[in-house]
Design a protein around this ligand. Sequence first.
Ligand code: URA
Length: 263
Amino acid sequence: MGKSIRLDKFLVEMDRGSRSQIKEAAKKGRIQVNGQVEKKTERKIDPDTDQVLFDGMPVAYRALEYYMLNKPQGVVSATEDNLHKTVIDLLTGEKRNDLFPVGRLDIDTEGLLLLTNDGDLAHRLLAPKKHVDKQYYAKVSGSLPDNSVEIMAEGMTLSDGTEVKPAILEIGGCTELLRAKTGTSEPQENAGDLEQTIPCTEVLLTIHEGKFHQVKRMFEALDCRVEYLKRLSMGSLQLDETLAPGEYRSLTEEEITRLQQHK
Ligand code: URA
């Protein structure tokens, strides 16, 4: 069955520019459909059967794909890496070379990572101005100051002077013992290799930005250390808790539509 899609949407999805750039290009006669110059970018086409040319070059149809991965520890959020397995290596199947992760999680962070070939959506979700909320679950060692919730709610300054926006901290009731590496307050991958059982507090932290090692650095600024970190959500997208670390699934139509609404 053929699928019909607006010409401008099709060309935006195939990375030929923004909707307004496509409209301009059409006005200038740079777009053809089935051999005819087409100036009406709102018209519908069937990408499987209609032939679209942009500046005389055929625009090959590549379906957009969206996967939710529960990233395990030990893999890097990249498309290629000489040393480590990448999140793309976790996907099974033939044509995986156009997919990329939307944003990064540290090598030792678990949880929600969106993998897609939709550059336009990725750009919108990562744009600093869009403030897409990200919620993390963390186990934190060290004693959290009594006013941690207020400090994070006000927006804080990290040890290198970086300012971070207000964040929502929720502190879990219980403290649990965790086998963790101890020795330094550096991000975990650089930690010393001394293993000890240490008490940790469970917390939820919602941030609106995505600065390098942001969650770990926010707790370091409070003289604490993140021993375990897992991302639970990104905007409207929630980690499917039935996915074990390393497992993934396609997003549902509803999840895709909700993500697309982050304008
Ligand atoms: N903040 C961190 O410190 N690490 C991550 O992987 C994500 C957010």
